[in-house]
Design a protein around this ligand. Structure first.
Ligand SMILES: *[C@@H]1O[C@H](CO)[C@@H](O)[C@H](O)[C@H]1NC(C)=O
Ligand SMILES: *[C@@H]1O[C@H](CO)[C@@H](O)[C@H](O)[C@H]1NC(C)=O
Length: 240
């Protein structure tokens, strides 16, 4: 079985990190009426994903920059070599999915080949570099260009942080998170919740890993029913 589908969560986590950073900006958040976030990520201090932590400690981002590679594509020959060396003797790469996302209670492994037709997508080296910067420094902040670059772009030596308290209290939020999620650790999710002015609607499942929120065979009952109820409580969706 190929390792490819296991990589997908690595990049898809960005849906929530991009949303949360955008919601701190008035011109972006004014376009949103309500938002539902599956296993939201902003701070990454408690990430337990062995795969990601190993990539960070091996400075995979710096390696790609040094090699002059602008994108990480695990479908390319170089990408497959990188994957092999990340795994080499350090992880159970037969279960790469769990190494990356945490143990998923309800993912249907027999459908792996189907997901493989679409995943994983490549991502830019700069993007990876930005995520790794935040993991290393424990920040939720803009890209760090180094002090001189930061000074030119932001007018500060350090990249400006995203402040969750800047998300308007009036924006209704819904969040689901899981006890086995190695990327969105419950401690980090609770930090998001504490940092917000509003009180999001929460759905927690002790046995869910990161990928379960999209691919659990029970997600319809465990997660989506609640999510749809949340959206339906807004007129704009009820009218469909
Ligand atoms: C798991 O996937 C297989 C292959 O697509 C399918 O036949 C089976 O019904 C799925 N099981 C569940 C519980 O969804
Ligand atoms: C968590 O997920 C499991 C597996 O689908 C399910 O049996 C259980 O009812 C869920 N718990 C909650 C609190 O939704």
């Amino acid at each position: 079985m190929s390792n490819f589908p296991c990589m997908r969560r690595f990049f898809i986590w960005q849906g929530t990190i991009m949303a949360l950073s955008a919601f701190t900006m008035p011109n972006a958040v004014e376009m949103i009426e309500a938002a539902a976030l599956l296993c939201p990520i902003s701070y990454l201090d408690h990430i337990t994903s062995r795969f990601v932590l190993r990539a960070v400690s091996l400075h995979l981002d710096q390696l790609l920059i040094t090699l002059g590679l602008h994108q990480l594509n695990f479908r390319s020959d170089t990408g497959i070599q990188i994957l092999d060396s990340l795994c080499d003797g350090h992880m159970d790469c037969n279960n790469l999915l769990a190494s990356i996302t945490g143990v998923n209670c309800c993912f249907n492994m027999t459908r792996m080949d189907y997901y493989l037709e679409y995943e994983p997508h490549p991502s830019s080296t700069k993007n990876l570099n930005h995520l790794f910067q935040m993991i290393r420094k424990g920040t939720f902040a803009r890209f760090d260009y180094g002090w001189w670059g930061n000074l030119k772009r932001y007018g500060h030596i350090h990249p400006p942080a995203f402040n969750l308290a800047d998300i308007p209290e009036s924006l209704p939020l819904w969040m689901a998170y899981g006890g086995n999620d190695a990327l969105a650790d419950p401690i980090d999710v609770k930090r998001i919740i504490k940092g917000l002015k509003s009180e999001p609607v929460l759905v927690y499942n002790d046995s869910y890993g990161h990928i379960d929120f999209i691919m659990s065979v029970n997600a319809k009952d465990d997660v989506y029913a609640n999510l749809i109820r949340f959206f339906q409580s807004y007129r704009w969706l009820s009218s469909y």
